[in-house]
Structure formats: C-alpha cells, structure tokens
Design a protein around this ligand. Structure first.
Ligand code: NAP
Length: 247
C-alpha cells in the first residue's frame, strides 16, 4: 500500500479524490490537509506521495515542502506558468528521485480531447477553442483550454502552418476571446455546467468539432489515482498526465 496525503482534502475536487483513494486497494489515505493544517502532518503520517488540489496561491509552498521532504507530488491545482515550472525544476535538481507530476487535467477524456485536437490542428486552416464551466470558477480561460491552445499552436508550428485567418477590423473588447499562443479561446460561465470544452476546426467546405464533457467531478478521480501510482517512477518534473498513462 502506498501511503498518500491529499492537500485541499475538503475542497470540491479534494473530497472526491479522498473518496477514490478510500475505495482503492493499493493506496492508503494517511493525511487530509486543509488550509488550517500543518504540512508536518504529512511527515508524521509517513506519506510517500500527495495530491495537491488547493489554490494557485498555496501550491508552491506545499510543493517546496514536499520536495524538501522527499514526498512525490501529483498536482491538479492550476496556475503553472514557465516561471513556476522553472522554480520547480530548480528544487527538484536538489532532490534526486523525487517526482512532481503537474496534471492540468485529471480527466482521461479531456487528455484525449487535447491530443486529438493537436493531431487534427495541422490539417485545418482555422481553429478556435470554447471552454464552458460553472460560474463559481475563478480563472478564465481554464488551464485545460490554455494547454490545448499551446498544443495546437505547437502542432501548427511544427507543420509550418501560418496564422489562423481572421479579417476582424473592429470588435468590442472580448468579442474575439483571449489569444493564447495565437489561438482564440472563448470562456463561458453557465450555472448547471461542470467542465466542458469544444475545439472547432475548419477547412474549405468542412468543420470538425472535438468536444469533451466532464459531467461529474468523479471523472477526475481515476486520473489522479493513476498519477499517484506512477509518480514515484517519474523522478523530476513531468507536465501532463498523458506521459504517465502512455497515451
Ligand atoms: P476548492 O473547492 O476551492 O478547494 C480548494 C481547497 O484547497 C479548499 O478546501 C481549501 O481549504 C484548500 N486549501 C487552500 N489553501 C490550502 C493550503 N495551503 N493547504 C491545504 N489546503 C489548502 O477548489 P476545487 O474546485 O477543489 O479546485 C482546486 C484546484 O484544482 C483549483 O486550482 C482548480 O482550478 C483545480 N482543478 C483541477 C482539475 C484537474 O483536473 N487538474 C479539475 C478541477 C479543478 P479551505 O477551505 O480551508 O481554505
């Protein structure tokens, strides 16, 4: 049994991950950490790995503690930019054998959606992303939408594709969405929704829409558990659950 802790255990995502760990027969939940708890509990409980599903403001301090104490970490918390990733690499260089897996999305379907979008991207002149979430989500566009945009942009660059065509000359603020790595991303916040995304691609005379729907937060559990099982075999920094799932 691998001993694991959950950081952000009382949150929306943390509580379903705790349930999933409790139902597994190879992972033992030894620490449920909230914002008022001390991270020393992880060491006292002998945690070998954690899942961090807290907040962008809290996650870096949590990770520094884990890396310094030789605890592997699977991170669902969003908000990782190049600067944060470089900081993490620096910490991990001093902690050989420790693995940190940044998983912007724990959903297997969403990971496949991103990969399919990147695969299709070089074959279509146009591509835009529409992400749709519940109205209590704090950040826009979502981490998944931004990662999808980067993957699409990389695939287009590798194929020598030019800029996405757009003749817009006048527009109200926000009408054309945010631009992420040259890809337009539109964010909808709708009561009743969980987490959804469409990638709309277009070429002459045809469109292709790739859509993923997370209907329940339980969809994130399997990916988080797969990350926990794999992270100790991936020392250093890994970005994207697909690298440990063999997708
Ligand atoms: P949430 O319901 O607000 O939960 C966040 C939890 O983190 C709260 O219970 C909070 O505790 C706790 N927390 C804050 N600071 C902490 C600290 N220093 N140490 C330990 N716990 C701390 O948010 P959520 O919807 O679960 O989302 C959590 C994160 O996961 C967000 O960044 C979100 O964007 C991301 N997310 C990722 C995925 C994915 O698939 N990767 C999917 C959905 C969401 P208190 O209530 O005590 O402050």
């Amino acid at each position: 049994m691998t001993k694991v802790g959950v950081l952000g255990a009382k949150g929306k995502l943390g509580s379903v991950i705790c349930e999933g760990i409790g139902a597994s027969d190879d992972l033992e939940l030894v620490a449920r950490i909230g914002s008022q708890d001390t991270l020393d509990t992880l060491v006292e409980a002998g945690a070998e790995a954690v899942v961090d599903v807290t907040t962008p403001a809290a996650v870096m301090d949590n990770l520094r503690f884990c890396v310094e104490h030789g605890i592997h970490a699977v991170v669902g918390t969003t908000g990782f930019d190049d600067e944060r990733l470089a900081t993490l690499r620096g910490w991990l260089a001093d902690a050989p054998g420790v693995g940190v897996l940044i998983a912007p999305n724990f959903s297997i379907g969403a990971i496949l959606m991103m990969q399919l979008a990147a695969k299709a991207a070089p074959y279509f002149e146009s591509v835009e992303i529409v992400e749709l979430h519940h109205p209590t989500k704090a950040d826009a566009p979502s981490g998944t939408a931004q990662r999808t945009a980067h993957l699409i942009a990389e695939a287009r660059r590798a194929a020598g594709a030019g800029a996405v065509p757009d003749a817009t000359e006048t527009a109200l603020d926000g009408a054309r969405g945010a631009e992420v790595d040259g890809i337009r991303v539109h964010a909808l916040r709708i009561r009743g929704l969980v987490a959804h995304q469409e990638v709309v691609l277009g070429g002459v005379g045809e469109t292709l829409t790739i859509r993923h729907d997370s209907l329940d937060r339980a969809s994130f559990t399997q990916g988080a558990l797969a990350g926990l099982r794999a992270v100790s075999d991936h020392p250093g920094l890994t970005v994207g659950l697909e690298h440990v799932l063999g997708l």
